[in-house]
Design a binder for this molecule. Structure first.
Ligand SMILES: [Zn+2]
Ligand SMILES: [Zn+2]
Length: 461
């Protein structure tokens, strides 16, 4: 089992501000977390930071902090009542990177108490920071043993991943030109990331192509469709001979031919199946390259509940009788507290209903459409390779910005729009609408719920 943590940028910054406002003494805080559990990974989702109150600090020196029992008992009680798990956090002087022998002794008792006082099923942990960018965390298991946390994510305008890059294999020489651009740390980081790609048609195959060549270590590819000859104009890695081959197999074989050693986790089902969405809980970042509202609505929820950042891509060509009127593409970055695809009216409940009925109950859809109660679903939309490829490249360059900050540290944007016919690029930053599910703090970082994402899932096949 792998253990990781996800912070939102605002709460990590709040924590840092508190812990390091006075570096002459150690400081401590608690965090209440929700969980995301899969067969491979248990992820703590930090939801609330509670600094230890001044009156509860019995003694604080440069190398030690003593806290009144009532302080952590209160935090544990709150975790228990609100069904969270518990994280104890404290700062260290900069020369003590990790937990001390004294921490080992004291935490053994502390976490024994945590398991007694907190009934929330799951695990608890302890985080030490010797500097704002040096978090080290371990999990205290119920049996009194500890396990290391291998990755700490801080997700916001930038995506920061704290992990021990010294464990990554030496970088092959063929990454040289990229390392010259963004350094070997980012190159190594790409190696440890698991990136989801939902849909590997026009935009999705161009996304996968770039992620593989960039050196991303693991791709989780979700697509339930079979290749048709008419896709060959825009699907990277495909050939005219791939007719009726599963699209995920084309990507798998293509990745193997490229030979960089990318691990492909294939899911041969659309994301509208629970089993497919479950796999995405292991991802660090997701590219949404599906063209349906139903699939997009699931990604929209995943970005709020877990919060796994999603780059959602769209390309729309308006053509009349074979003449292009206009072409628009967009990359929308879905992050907690920013406008989701419902807020932006890019997807609608009515359309999702029509799409799900088309798959599950076509007869009922026909009846509803006849009475005007359901949307008509249009025939295949026009698609041309330069436009799908450009938007895929735009999304990947957004991703590289989130890792490196090359577009400016203070840039805030969560959508980039490209009007091809006017050679115009625009961007915007829009906050969640309060009345939307994404603006409800109860849903943000909610983690695992039953059923997953509060969705009534279709039957598995
Ligand atoms: Zn310590
Ligand atoms: Zn919303």
């Amino acid at each position: 089992m792998r253990y990781t943590i996800t912070f939102q940028e605002e709460s990590y910054n709040e924590l840092i501000k508190y812990l390091f406002s006075d570096t002459k003494v150690e400081r401590a805080a608690y965090a209440l977390c929700k969980l995301s559990v899969t067969a491979n990974e248990t992820r703590l989702l930090v939801r609330e930071i509670i600094p230890v109150a001044e009156e509860d600090i019995i003694e604080a020196t440069k190398t030690n902090i003593k806290i009144a029992n009532r302080s952590f008992l209160r935090a544990m009680k709150r975790a228990d009542i609100t069904k969270h798990v518990f994280l104890f956090i404290h700062s260290h002087p900069k020369e003590y990177l990790s937990h001390s022998l004294q921490d080992d002794r004291e935490e053994k008792m502390l976490f024994k108490t945590a398991y007694i006082r907190i009934k929330t099923p799951g695990i608890h942990g302890s985080l030490v920071l010797s500097a704002p960018d040096k978090p080290v965390c371990r999990i205290w298991l119920e049996n009194g043993n500890t396990a290391p946390v291998s990755l700490i994510r801080v997700i916001g305008n930038k995506f920061v991943f704290y992990t021990d890059l010294s464990k990554v294999d030496p970088l092959p020489v063929f990454f040289d030109r990229q390392i010259r651009a963004f350094g070997d740390e980012i190159q190594k980081l790409l190696r440890v990331l698991n990136v989801g790609v939902i849909g590997v048609g026009g935009t999705g195959s161009a996304i996968a192509e770039q992620l593989i060549r960039l050196g991303v270590g693991t791709l989780t590819i979700v697509d339930g469709e079979k290749f048709e000859q008419s896709n060959v104009n825009r699907v990277y890695g495909s050939s005219i001979n791939d007719d009726k081959k599963e699209k995920i197999r084309i990507v798998q074989e293509h990745a193997a031919t490229i030979g960089i050693g990318t691990t492909i986790i294939p899911e041969n089902k659309p994301i509208t199946f629970l089993s497919a969405t479950e796999k995405l809980k292991d991802c660090d970042v997701i590219f949404g390259c599906t063209d349906d509202n139903w699939g997009r609505s699931i990604l929209t929820k995943l970005a709020v509940y877990y919060p796994i950042p999603v780059f959602d891509l769209g390309v729309k060509i308006d053509s009349e009788e074979g003449k292009i009127k206009n072409i628009q593409g967009r990359v929308t970055t879905l992050l907690g507290r920013y406008a989701c695809l419902f807020c932006r009216e890019r997807i609608s409940a009515k359309r999702i209903q029509a799409e799900s009925l088309a798959a599950l109950d076509p007869e009922q859809l026909k009846a509803l459409q006849k009475e005007g109660y359901a949307d008509e679903l249009e025939t295949p939309a026009p698609a041309v390779i330069p436009f799908t490829t450009t938007i895929a490249a735009l999304a990947i360059s957004e991703f590289i910005h989130r890792l490196t900050g090359y577009m400016g540290e203070d840039r805030e944007s969560n959508e980039v729009l490209m009007m091809f016919d006017r050679t115009l690029i625009k961007r915007n930053k829009t906050l969640s609408k309060l009345e939307c599910f994404c603006g409800d703090t109860l849903n943000i970082l909610r983690g695992d719920v039953e059923p997953l994402l509060d969705i009534t899932w279709r039957n598995e096949i």
